[in-house]
Design a protein around this ligand. Structure first.
Ligand SMILES: [Mg+2]
Length: 185
């Protein structure tokens, strides 16, 4: 069986960060308001310390939702492939909270994707050390490494990726899980 490594945030589920930021700031930001990769840049500098303290009192994964079709397509892929979830958990601004964050991630995956083997969760920021047949991620640099098929999942922060860059690195762009199903099944 071929091995697929699937990223979690903004590929399997999303919405958590933005919900927490809106809850904290009492705002209605949408993904269109985000510039760059880090959503926490929406938080004004002077409130950043408070934001980090607030974050530590919350479970981000109480606020996420599956991306459309993610659950069904992953369940189907599970029949034909060995599925790994490959996700980073170290929080750059609050590394001391990362252990708790890892627990939140683990619990969400365990509860919401019960057909996956928890032994196949891989928690690391250094995704390029993982060798697999197929990798699906929304961050282009995470697709590096020894991978046969690289799939870039469309997300708020990668809309300006150039076609040439994708071609050069032999990356397949997808907009949604239906497209992944068409490619892989
Ligand atoms: Mg991601």
């Amino acid at each position: 069986m071929k091995k697929i490594a699937i990223d979690m945030d903004d590929v399997i589920c999303d919405g958590g960060y933005l919900s927490l930021i809106n809850k904290f700031l009492n705002t209605n930001y949408t993904v269109k308001d985000i510039n760059g990769y880090y959503m926490q840049d929406l938080v004004p500098r002077e409130k950043f310390k408070q934001w980090n303290e607030f974050f530590k009192t919350q479970n981000l994964y109480d606020y996420v939702e599956f991306l459309p079709d993610a659950y069904n397509v992953i369940k189907e892929l599970n029949k034909y492939y060995e599925i790994y979830v490959l996700t980073a958990y170290v929080l750059k601004d609050i590394p001391e909270f990362s252990g708790k964050f890892l627990e939140q991630k683990y619990n969400w995956l365990y509860k919401n994707l019960p057909f996956l083997d928890p032994n196949k969760y891989i928690f690391t920021t250094n995704k390029d050390i993982i060798k697999c047949d197929i990798k699906i991620d929304d961050k282009i640099s995470n697709l590096n490494g020894i991978v046969e098929t690289k799939i870039l999942f469309s997300a708020y922060h990668n809309q300006n990726v150039k076609k040439e860059e994708l071609e050069e690195q032999e990356i397949i762009w997808v907009n949604n899980w239906k497209e992944i199903k068409n490619i892989l099944i």
